[in-house]
Design a protein around this ligand. Structure first.
Ligand SMILES: Cc1ncc(COP(=O)(O)O)c(C=O)c1O
Length: 388
């Protein structure tokens, strides 16, 4: 079946007790197993059946089936947030003395977790400037490598094929944060990546009404992550969120097409504007990573970033004069959003690390929504007209 059909039908069976077409929100923390013998069998994994909603809940299980089908994975796990997904993966698969690598930049929260919190568990964390830097300078002892194929917030493109090639040689686990592209545009497991994760808060949900995380993969790795995420760290997704994410994912293909089309139009407009110093959008043929995305993904995504010549002052004047774009962090919503990453999403990084990662004071990040592109362009043009 094609992606659009899977997005609608996978993980959805009429509810056995009522025939309800949508999987209901199962608001229950525990499940009666009836007899002591049955309880013992369920805990031992000998009998199927729900036990306790931190381990599994029917609303979440239906969503996990849909997401696994969309990623081409054996299994998906839904958790409380994108950060819960990242920390569960890393805590499940690394231990004291291990080396973890990441390719700069990543979301500010991920950066801060790796550099400030994970290191306290005795794990060495090393950042690399690019895929080529990792290829040339990687440590052979790397246990796990994490990257975003289109980076937040600079929209730099990382060639996943290069990272996988090295990781396979040195036996490192590969983890791709696919929040920006989604499985509609990019399917990491098909490139041999071990685990894919998302902030489900963003495009997968699409409506900006939940915080959510998703992990997908195959075999024993994903089972180890499930145990740590749900049984040890205890960060399951709640059933209300699972219901809303199931509903949101059904329209992912429709929304992503609209995001991609609008972003391409906005990027072309900004690239031709004299007051914009630089535009970052992998769909522009001039973007250094254009060909890599053209070869490995089926679209360029809905995120655009731009540099304004006059640093924070210009960025602030531009942002403060936008009407249609809301000044807000997050991304992937129906509404267009704009933010200044250096002072918001990436504020937790040191100034030095930000400078190395290209998160400058003049950078503005736009999440292009699904409004009419002409209206978005008019809003951007008006805000730019306030700059000297
Ligand atoms: C690329 C990326 N990964 C992970 C996260 C963290 O996700 P959450 O906010 O759902 O914890 C974000 C949040 O902005 C993000 O942009």
């Amino acid at each position: 079946m094609k992606f659009q059909t899977v997005a609608i039908h996978a993980g959805q069976q009429p509810d056995p007790s009522t025939g309800a077409l949508n999987t209901p929100v199962y608001l229950t923390s525990t499940y009666s197993y009836g007899t002591a013998e049955e309880g013992k069998a369920r805990f031992a994994g000998q009998n199927p059946g729900y036990i306790y909603s931190r381990f599994a809940n029917p609303t979440s299980s239906a969503l996990e089936q849909k997401l696994a089908a969309l990623e081409g994975a054996d299994e998906a796990i839904v958790v409380a947030s994108g950060m819960a997904a990242i920390s569960s993966i890393v805590y499940a698969l690394t231990q004291q003395g291990d080396e973890v690598a990441f390719i700069d930049p990543v979301y500010g929260g991920t950066d801060s977790f790796l550099r400030n919190t994970l290191v306290r568990a005795g794990v060495t964390v090393t950042s690399y400037r690019s895929d080529d830097d990792f290829v040339a300078n990687h440590s052979p002892n790397t246990r796990l490598v994490l990257w975003e194929p289109v980076t937040n917030p600079t929209l730099k493109v990382i060639d996943s094929r290069k990272i996988v090639g090295i990781a396979k040689q040195i036996g490192a686990i590969t983890v791709c944060d696919n929040t920006f592209l989604t499985p509609y545009l990019f399917r990491p497991l098909e490139l041999g990546i071990d685990l894919v994760m998302h902030s489900g808060t963003k495009y997968l949900c699409g409506h900006g009404d939940i915080i959510a995380g998703v992990i997908a993969g195959n075999g024993p790795l994903i089972q180890r992550v499930r145990t740590v995420a749900l049984k040890h760290l205890g960060v399951p997704m709640g059933p209300q969120e699972a219901y809303l994410l199931q509903r949101g994912v059904k329209t992912l293909p429709l929304r992503m097409q609209a995001h991609c089309e609008n972003a391409a139009k906005v990027a072309a407009f900004l690239a031709s504007h004299p007051k914009v110093a630089k535009v970052y959008f992998p769909g522009l043929p001039s973007h250094l990573g254009h060909q890599v995305i053209a070869d490995t993904a089926s679209g360029f995504g809905g995120m655009v970033a731009l540099d304004l010549a006059g640093g924070f002052a210009d960025a602030a004047r531009f942002l403060d004069n936008l009407n249609l774009f809301a000044q807000a962090v997050s991304l992937g919503d129906l509404e267009s959003l704009a933010c200044h990453p250096a002072s918001t999403t990436h504020a937790a990084m040191s100034a030095e690390d930000r400078a190395k990662a290209g998160v400058t004071e003049q950078l503005v990040r736009l999440s292009i929504g699904v409004e009419d592109a002409d209206d978005l362009i008019e809003d951007l043009a008006r805000a730019l007209s306030f700059l000297a």
